[in-house]
Every structure is written in structure tokens, then in C-alpha cells.
Design a protein around this ligand. Structure first.
Ligand SMILES: C[S@@+](CC[C@H](N)C(=O)[O-])C[C@H]1O[C@@H](n2cnc3c(N)ncnc32)[C@H](O)[C@@H]1O
Length: 355
């Protein structure tokens, strides 16, 4: 019943956890042999939120990359479930060797990895910002052996909340580090090395911030490129018309394009957008339309050896493209094409480090 549902109103990066959750639930329903998360399905049903239309503009860009039209939130638009599957394999392997380990899900959102990998012995911690942990508690009270930590990942005090470290520490950080700037990410890794020597972490990162937009478009015949642009505009319009005025004003102020829209009506945006190249569109998208207000200086990582240069205590265990070894025969042709394309170019990767 609607009144029993938990209403979720969050903005920016925290709202993006809903798309990830939705993606995991949807993939579980459509492709259960590839990935199955009963808790994600249950959570989506408990939440009072319009999952059919996202208020997180970046997903518009991902949608365009997938060459799909229609509603913004569809599993194909979010590689969240693929990332979750990769992290599950890594977590299960670590837990098999360290059955009483502590596992810390950093920026957990509404992720339910614990239920997918639990061996009945591990200690689990889900960390996220206080507003998110509050929602998480309402939807999913802490089970035994699980502790929620309502702190920023940049706040070193959370490391002291991990009380059990003697049987190994494994961390996952999905869909989050790319939202910070390089110096913050650098501090974050040093903090991990200070507090969890020999601990391991898996996380994902884009290799470049523009997402290879132009070259991706070049893969398609011109008429299909037009259809992709039209799909982008349609989704952008849907988001723009719902966005609050202050968000629109902020986006326009942040634009670095040679000209700016004449006003904040959709027609003004469309007219302005049509004057710009795909590269400028991609740039505008990654900066002004990003949910992170500063925009533009977010972190990307091509090779994890960059991190070992920041801090020589850190070593690389593994790094590979996001969809590596994911069986994709049952997925849509668009999804498969995106996965192949992204993997070939190393656009979005999984990293596994020892700190
Ligand atoms: C894209 S979501 C990913 C959530 C989850 N990892 C998943 O895969 O479903 C990004 C998450 O980062 C969290 N986040 C953003 N800034 C954070 C911070 N400073 N400290 C901890 N979490 C943060 C958001 O609240 C949100 O839950």
C-alpha cells in the first residue's frame, strides 16, 4: 500500500543510489541467471519514488551512450548491477580466505551486497552520509553482524568505528570516488593505508571524464547518430521541465560554452544546445549538468599504478574493464554493444588494491 512506503527525497549524488538500486532489481527480474538480488527487488517495492523518470541528469548521458530511448531509469542505463556482480566475485573470494573478515561497503546507498555474499560469520559495515543511512534504516533495519555508519567517507573518524580488524578488512566503494576531486581521493587512500594495513579495496572509476562521447557516436551511421541525439534531447527535456528553478539557474551559471542559453525555458535550452558541437555538449553535460555543484574537477583513473605513486604502501592486485567476463548473450544488443565498446576502450574499470 502506498502509505506504507518510505518516501525518498534526495538530490544530487545521493539520489543516484536509487538508479543503482533500481538497476539491480531490474536485472534480477529480467536476467536472474546473470545476477539475482531479492533484497533489491523488495526495497524497490518499499520505496515511494518515481523510478520511471530520473531527476539525476547524468543518467541522460549514459542513456545516450547506450543508444536507447524511453525512460531514463532502465538497467541498461546504469552499469550498477554489472559493477555489483564484479564486486560480489571479489568479495566472495576474499571472504572464502578470510571467513571472519570485516567488510566495509563505502558509500553503500541502498546496496545489499551483504545479503548476496554473507557466510554467516563476517562482520559487515555499511557507510554513507547521514541522510542516506536514515533512509536505509527505515527500509532495512541493521541485521545481526551489520553496522551502519552515518559519516562521510572523507571523515577519518569512521575508521575507528571498524572495531574488528584482526581477521582481515575488505572494502568496496561503488559509484562514488569519481565524484570527488583528486586531492580528496588521494587523502582517502592514505587514510585507508594508515588505518587498515594489508586491507583490500575494490572500486570503479571512469578512465576519462568525457566518456568518449564523440568517438562513441562515430561508431554509428549518421541517421542513427541523429536518433541518439534526439533521444538525448528528449530525456534532457524531461529532466529540465521537472528540475527546480534554482538547479536550472545553477546549471546555466556553471556553463563554460562560448554562448549561454537566453533564458531558462526548455526552448531556450534547445536553441542553445543546437548551436554546439557534440564535444561541447559532452563538456557541458559533465560540468554544468553534473549533480556535483563544483563540477569539472572530478577524479578519473586510467591505471591504478597512479595511486601507488601517491602512496608507496599501496599495491595493485588487479584492474580490468567493467564488463570483463560478464556473460552477455541474454542482454539486449544495445547493452552488449555498450559493454564491448566500453571494455575495448577501457572507459570504465574495476580496480582492486591492497592498502
Ligand atoms: C551512485 S551511488 C552508489 C551507491 C552504492 N554504492 C550502489 O552501488 O548502489 C553514490 C553513493 O555515494 C554516497 N556518497 C556521496 N558522497 C558521500 C560521502 N562524502 N561519503 C559517503 N558516501 C557518500 C551517496 O549518498 C550515494 O549513496
Amino acid at each position: 500500500m502506498q502509505q506504507d512506503k518510505v518516501k525518498v527525497t534526495l538530490g544530487g549524488i545521493s539520489a543516484s543510489m536509487l538508479s543503482c538500486l533500481w538497476g539491480r532489481a531490474q536485472l534480477s527480474k529480467d536476467h536472474s541467471s546473470l545476477f539475482y538480488d531479492a533484497k533489491a527487488i523488495e526495497l524497490v517495492e518499499k520505496i515511494d519514488y518515481d523510478f520511471s523518470a530520473s531527476d539525476v541528469p547524468p543518467f541522460v548521458g549514459i542513456m545516450l551512450m547506450f543508444n536507447l530511448s524511453g525512460k531514463v531509469n532502465r538497467p541498461e542505463f546504469c552499469l550498477g548491477p554489472i559493477r555489483a556482480k564484479q564486486f560480489d566475485e571479489k568479495a566472495k573470494a576474499y571472504i572464502a580466505e578470510h571467513p571472519r573478515a570485516s567488510v566495509i561497503n563505502i558509500a553503500a546507498g541502498l546496496d545489499t551486497t551483504f545479503y548476496r555474499v554473507d557466510n554467516g560469520l563476517i562482520h559487515w559495515y555499511d557507510l554513507d552520509l547521514p541522510a542516506v543511512i536514515d533512509i536505509r534504516r527505515q527500509l532495512l533495519p541493521e541485521p545481526d553482524r551489520v553496522t551502519y555508519i552515518a559519516k562521510s567517507l572523507l571523515d577519518p573518524s569512521w575508521c575507528k568505528d571498524i572495531t574488528h580488524t584482526e581477521d582481515g578488512v575488505f572494502m568496496i566503494a561503488g559509484g562514488v570516488l569519481g565524484w570527488f576531486d583528486k586531492s580528496e581521493v588521494e587523502q582517502f587512500f592514505s587514510m585507508l593505508a594508515d588505518n587498515f594495513p594489508d586491507g583490500e579495496i575494490v572500486f570503479d572509476a571512469m578512465s576519462r571524464l568525457d566518456g568518449g562521447f564523440r568517438t562513441w557516436m562515430d561508431n554509428f551511421p549518421p541517421e542513427q547518430q541523429d536518433a541518439m541525439r534526439a533521444a538525448w534531447m528528449e530525456a534532457m527535456k524531461e529532466w529540465w521541465e521537472k528540475a527546480p528553478q534554482d538547479q536550472k539557474d545553477k546549471a546555466i551559471t556553471a556553463l563554460k560554452t562560448p554562448t549561454k542559453p537566453k533564458g531558462t525555458e526548455w526552448a531556450d535550452i534547445e536553441a542553445w544546445w543546437n548551436q554546439h558541437s557534440d564535444e561541447e555538449m559532452a563538456e557541458a553535460f559533465m560540468t554544468a549538468f553534473s549533480p556535483i555543484p563544483s563540477g569539472g574537477d572530478q577524479w578519473a583513473l586510467e591505471d591504478a599504478n597512479e595511486i601507488t605513486k601517491w602512496d608507496n604502501r599501496i599495491t595493485v592486485i588487479d584492474q580490468f574493464p567493467m564488463s570483463k567476463n560478464i556473460p552477455r548473450e541474454s542482454l539486449s544488443a544495445d547493452m552488449r554493444r555498450f559493454m564491448d565498446y566500453s571494455d575495448e576502450r577501457g572507459e570504465w574499470n574495476i580496480f582492486h588494491l591492497r592498502v
